[in-house]
Design a binder for this molecule. Structure first.
Ligand code: NAP
Length: 644
């Protein structure tokens, strides 16, 4: 099948690859020593099929002598063979053998199927492709993609691959979604960049191991332009209302753009409007009286000068934790208001630039990029057990399960060392609920910042604002110039403020509200809303690992595409989930959710944004074992859908 862009040309355009076949051996050695040893071992095996490498265990179990063998062999091989080549994907049986070698043991079929694309040897892993002839599309057939963040772009690339016309509606003036909005100090990804990227874009040159927000924005604009979405995007255009016209099986979209309101039509609507699109602004008593400045990180003013100011940071989620060190380095004094302690974990190479040697290795060690990124995911493969309560373990005196309790001990020690053993801080900082109950938070020097002379941690509740600052429940007034409200997002407002009207005039938000909050089938489909797919919709974020969301965006976009393709191939106009399937799926989902630590007494559910507080149910996550969820989203149960 011919794509409407030439991938061979695109790949040939990936210049920047060093052409040096050999380098100073000391440089090569440094490169190999910095690199991920599992990635080195696997890439070297892939190139050489050296049986001695196959017999070695994974890096964590290697003796120093075994590590030295891998490094020496890699240095010797690279000295002769380094160069900017890519490797073809091995035949499946061999790839499986190598994948099992990489993780140090056998893998079930279910697990392997959910992982065999993560090495990204294929051009477009996980994407849907036409099998046989592409059917002729009805006249005017097109898809509307709402949003040009990660999920909107994944969908656009999927449409490009299928040669299906589409338009992207983007509220902002550039691609990038949340990464264009959040511009607060030190904003960056908190999962390694080589796992927080699209599988189809090979060896993108990340400047840091955890890319800064600015580079993620650049990346998404680059993707949008390279794969053809940019020119099909209506920027500065906001979806106001989408109404399904039953008679014609088409969506009518009312949008507001630079030239006023407009109406356009699409056969399918795929939304990538983001979970973190609607900031949650606090509404403290007497808030308007405060004479200083209140800033939500989501609306960070470019010219905000913190120098010499008395600043409050409210909130210690991923945002508040990420920005504190940088704020404290500038402000005269910072008061951190913590309502609930968080488990905050360190990450290796967080904030560290990609070393020159590693950049060279990525370009000149064929297969290393693939295997290193695969190993970046592999560490998460076993995390599902960590999120389940283990009744036997609990009966024997444990708190949650062995892995979770071990992590709790590790993180508790981490708090103690980072705060230099300060008992006053430790008492306030150690949570009384289990790790993995909330979205993990990554430390950006937050604990260390709390030990600074100009930083104070306040756990007394906020009673009200006054002209001069924040008054806590003990009556004390904390005088301030600036209040940073890192208070999170209104998670349950999926697709808001756009109004979505389905069959029979049903309003999506009203129907959710009159039931028990937002729900969907596989996080994507709702019965009265044919030809509508939500990416990152209700209950879609996998509760445990294996892969990060950019991989899932591709999976979900491919699911929507397959549904569309089948509808077209059958000469029909609409596809929707059957009501009973939606109900059955959600009943099973609610039952599965109860196994999770975050929904248990150990989970401290109160005020956890993963949970819909109003309806007391899991809201953000898909509770499934990740390979199961992958199967559900890739092996479509056609019987659950109605194509008409
Ligand atoms: P969040 O996790 O919802 O945290 C909000 C914080 O504000 C919590 O500490 C909360 O306290 C506190 N808070 C809210 N209302 C308050 C009030 N009225 N009074 C006092 N405290 C209040 O929000 P977030 O930090 O913006 O993170 C949201 C998500 O965005 C993250 O989980 C992550 O998925 C994503 N994110 C990612 C990155 C990244 O590095 N990739 C960075 C930032 C954000 P309670 O805990 O008591 O409710």
């Amino acid at each position: 099948m011919k794509n409407n862009f030439d991938i061979a040309k695109l790949c040939a355009g990936e210049e920047n690859l060093s052409t040096e076949a050999s380098r100073d051996p000391a440089f090569i050695r440094r490169a190999v020593e910095i690199a991920d040893l599992n990635g080195v071992r696997m890439a070297l095996y892939h190139n050489t099929r050296d049986a001695e490498l196959a017999a070695l265990p994974v890096a964590a179990k290697m003796t120093p002598e075994q590590k030295a063998i891998v490094i020496d062999k890699a240095v010797a091989w690279l000295s002769q063979n380094a160069g900017p080549r890519t490797l073809p994907e091995p035949p499946d049986a061999e790839l499986r053998m190598m994948t099992e070698m990489a993780v140090g043991g056998p893998m079930g079929d279910l697990e392997y199927k959910s992982r065999n694309d993560l090495h990204a040897f294929k051009e477009f892993p996980l994407a849907a492709r036409w099998e046989g002839e592409k059917p002729e599309l009805p006249a005017d057939f097109r898809v509307a993609i709402i949003g040009s963040g990660f999920s909107g772009l994944a969908t656009a690339v999927q449409m490009e691959l299928l040669g299906i016309p589409y338009v992207v509606i983007e509220r902002r003036g550039e691609p990038g979604g949340t990464w264009t909005i959040n511009r607060y100090p030190d904003v960056r990804v908190d999962t390694p960049s080589n796992t927080y990227e699209f599988l189809f874009e090979k060896n993108y040159k990340w400047r840091e191991h955890f890319g800064r927000g600015e580079q993620v924005r650049e990346y998404l604009t680059y993707i949008s332009k390279k794969y053809g979405a940019f020119d099909k995007t209506r920027f500065n255009t906001d979806l106001k209302r989408a109404t399904f016209d039953e008679g014609r099986g088409r969506w009518v979209l009312e949008v507001e753009g630079p030239d006023g309101t407009d109406t356009l039509e699409a056969n399918f609507v795929i939304t990538g409007t983001g979970t973190f699109a609607n900031p949650r602004f606090p509404n403290f008593e007497n808030q308007a009286a405060f004479k200083g400045t209140i800033v939500h990180p989501n609306r960070w003013p470019e010219d905000l000068d913190l120098t010499g100011k008395r600043v409050a940071v409210i909130g210690n989620g991923s945002t508040g934790v990420q920005l504190l060190s940088s704020v404290a380095a500038k402000a005269a004094h910072v008061t951190v208001f913590q309502r609930t302690p968080q488990w905050i974990a360190p990450r290796e190479k967080y904030g560290v630039p990609v070393e020159d040697e590693l950049a060279w290795l990525l370009d000149n060690f064929p297969g290393y990029w693939n295997w290193a990124r695969f190993m970046g995911f592999a560490g998460l493969f076993e995390t599902h057990n960590m999120v389940l309560t283990d009744p036997e373990w609990q009966a024997s005196g444990g708190m949650v399960n062995p892995g979770n309790d071990k992590l709790r001990a590790f993180l508790t020690d981490y708090i103690k060392t980072q705060t230099n053993g300060r008992e006053d801080l430790i008492a306030k900082l150690v949570p009384d609920y289990a790790p993995f109950s909330r979205r993990p938070v990554v430390d950006n020097g937050w604990y260390r910042a709390l030990t600074r002379d100009n930083v104070e941690l306040v756990t007394e509740g906020i009673a009200r604002l006054t002209e001069k600052g924040i008054q806590t429940a003990d009556g004390k007034v904390h005088e301030l110039d600036i209040i940073i409200t890192a208070t999170g997002f209104d998670i349950v407002k999926y697709l808001a403020p756009a109004e979505i009207i389905g069959k029979g005039g049903v309003n999506l938000h009203e129907s959710w509200e009159t039931a028990d909050g937002p729900r969907a089938y596989l996080g994507m489909m709702v019965p009265d809303f044919p030809n509508l797919f939500m990416l990152y919709g209700p209950n879609s974020q996998p509760v445990s690992g294996g892969t990060h969301v950019p991989v899932w965006y591709i999976v979900w976009a491919a699911y929507a595409a397959r549904c569309m393709m089948r509808t077209l191939q059958e000469g029909k106009t609409s596809v929707a989930v059957k009501r009973e399937s939606y109900q059955r799926y959600n009943d099973a989902l609610d039952k599965e959710a109860l196994k999770l630590v975050l929904m248990s007494a150990q989970g401290g559910m109160e005020r956890n944004y993963y949970v819909n507080q109003r309806h007391n149910r899991l809201q953000v996550n898909a509770p499934w074992y990740s390979p199961d969820f992958h199967r559900m989203c890739t092996e479509i149960e056609w019987g659950e859908l109605q194509i008409a």
